[in-house]
Design a protein around this ligand. Structure first.
Ligand code: S3P
Length: 170
């Protein structure tokens, strides 16, 4: 029933590299909604990049700030939000996201690994592949990391209202 009420925020969840920002921008344009990226909001609030925060061992500060950003965004209407890949691990985010529709962009991990290596992993602190000598080494490391992160989170992604399965366009 909620899906029919178009003014609710549309919240995209999924692993890093699943296309939340790209799909989110397109969806917002199609609906005539605004688009927000929760990572960007946190970066603006902190005056530091997400990578810098992770490097400074402040992942928990980042997760707390992400909760605040998502809570704030979920009170708005007529918008599409690209959440950070790890937003699903905090219960509070699910409480906030109940105000909207959650859609999971389900993309196979090998596709994710290929994409993140192609664009460079500098902005993906969890993958830690920036210093790998070859693209092949970076791909293998990214695939292993992404697989383990996905296995930890898949039950949470599955809680989304809508599953957008992008397997077939791999
Ligand atoms: C994270 C994903 C990133 C960013 C941070 C942590 C994660 O967002 O929030 O590096 O835990 O999966 P994207 O999914 O936009 O890359």
């Amino acid at each position: 029933a909620r899906a029919a009420t178009r003014r609710h925020p549309h919240l995209l969840v999924g692993m890093m590299g699943s296309g939340k920002s790209t799909v989110g921008r397109g969806l917002a344009e199609a609906l005539g909604y605004n688009f927000f990226d929760s990572d960007k909001l946190v970066e603006q609030a902190w005056g530091a990049s997400v990578s810098e925060m992770f490097r400074a061992d402040r992942e928990q500060d980042f997760r707390n700030a992400e909760e605040d950003a998502i809570e704030w965004l979920c009170r708005l209407t007529h918008l599409v939000v690209a959440t950070g890949g790890g937003a699903v691990i905090r219960h509070k985010n699910w409480d906030s996201m109940r105000h909207g529709i959650t859609a999971w962009l389900d993309v196979p991990v090998d596709v994710l690994a290929r994409r993140v290596v192609a664009v460079g992993c500098h902005s993906r602190p969890l993958l830690n592949t920036a210093n790998d000598a070859s693209e092949d080494a970076a791909y293998k490391k990214a695939l292993a990391r992404l697989t383990s992160i996905f296995n930890e989170r898949c039950d949470m992604y599955r809680k989304s209202d809508v599953v957008v399965s992008l397997k077939e366009i791999a």
